[in-house]
Design a protein around this ligand. Structure first.
Ligand code: KG4
Ligand code: ZN
Length: 350
């Protein structure tokens, strides 16, 4: 089966072709026009997707050596995301599927992240046979779920306020770092001391109200943001500049330690022996390293997407469509944009 995937939910325009479960091309264009604003400007994102979508899809097809007439299915992100941005990819994909008279599969962006460790399933990268705990951490979501082998899942924890990626981006902005600050903090932290300052770890064994954390798999990062702001206001610009890498490493440590502690707690409390991490923040080197060490200690298997599939990409959209179709779920011909799509959304059972 040849599947074209399209992703335009935020500030990446991406097209990918999956042939027999393997990625034959995955073209991602990250919009630079938002940098001067320190965050994504929705209207600019839509216009940029509109400008690029045809050439991205053409390039994805050319690189895969598949012509559009050889496509069997087209899949696109239907939400959650910025409504105008999602609409560009979704309408383009539905129009193209209609013109080619082939099925269209709407894909939930967060579900696609959840299954991104299993991109290239056709090359033997299989979904585990038993249940596993999935941590999905992106710019807009922080989610813990137990995933069953039939691809159904239960959400067992989520952020009560900011997402983990948002915590990286906003504290990084306070430090004067460019958007998105997550990868910059990651790089800067390599030279910093994570124990330089202990920023708060809300709802964990190290939070002040430690009794209330036990068994609580929800996250909260807004207190970290306030704490970083207050701490920065109490120190001189020269001191901050001198210790930039130490501060970055301390912020990163606060975020990563919470993510790892709760993921391991979720697996241990349910006797689950496999864990996966996905979403933009799963590219973080400290998160990958700390989670691997924690999983090894507990004898838990860890599944990670390749770094190129951590952040937004169309290969994960095509992959989820393929996984669902291969398990007998139906394609649909028309679908409306769902900016706040629920986590239970997706193709129906056939
Ligand atoms: O999944 P994604 O590409 O887009 C959304 O669906 O949100 O995630 C983007 C987020 C941003 O907040 C970005 O700062 C963060 O992922 N991110 C990272 C790293 N790479 C991307 N955060 C920490 N370390 C990284 N290496
Ligand atoms: Zn994403």
């Amino acid at each position: 089966m040849n599947i074209l995937g399209i992703e335009t939910s935020c500030d990446e325009t991406s097209g990918a072709v999956l042939c027999g479960g393997r990625v034959c091309s995955n073209i991602v264009s990250s919009q630079r026009c938002h940098e001067i604003f320190g965050g994504v400007v929705p209207e600019l994102a839509s216009r940029e997707h509109e400008r690029l979508i045809v050439s991205i899809v053409d390039t994805a097809l050319a690189e895969s050596n598949i012509t559009k007439n050889e496509l069997d299915v087209i899949a696109a992100t239907a939400g959650p995301g910025l409504i105008g941005a999602v609409m560009v990819g979704l309408c383009f994909a539905q129009g193209m599927a209609y013109a080619l008279q082939i099925p269209f599969v709407p894909v939930n962006h967060i579900e696609a992240h959840i299954f991104s460790p299993f991109i290239n399933e056709g090359a033997g990268n299989s979904v585990p046979e038993g249940a596993y705990v999935s941590l999905t951490v992106s710019g807009g979501h922080t989610l813990l779920a137990v995933v069953a082998p039939d691809l159904s899942y239960n959400v067992i924890g989520r952020t009560l306020d900011d997402a983990a990626g948002e915590a990286f981006d906003k504290t990084g902005k306070m430090l004067g770092l460019p958007y998105p600050a997550g990868p910059v903090i990651d790089k800067l932290s390599e030279k910093g001391n994570p124990a330089f300052h202990l920023f708060p770890r809300a709802l964990t064994s190290r939070s002040q109200s430690s009794k209330s954390w036990q068994g609580n798999l929800d996250f909260s990062f807004s207190g970290l943001k306030t704490s970083v702001l207050t701490w920065l206001q109490q120190h001189s610009p020269e001191f901050i500049e001198y210790h930039k890498a130490d501060i970055a490493a301390s912020i990163q440590d606060a975020i990563v330690s919470v993510l790892v502690e709760k993921t391991i707690e979720a697996a241990n409390s349910r006797n689950i022996m496999a864990v996966s991490i996905a979403g933009g923040v799963s590219a973080n080197s400290a998160l990958r390293k700390t989670m691997k060490e924690a999983c090894d200690k507990e004898g838990i298997a860890l599944y990670l997407p390749d770094a190129i599939y951590s952040t937004d990409n169309a290969a994960m959209i095509a992959t989820l469509a393929e996984l669902k179709l291969s398990r007998g779920m139906n394609a649909e011909h028309r679908y409306n944009v769902a900016p706040y799509a629920s986590f239970a959304a997706g193709a129906k059972k056939g």
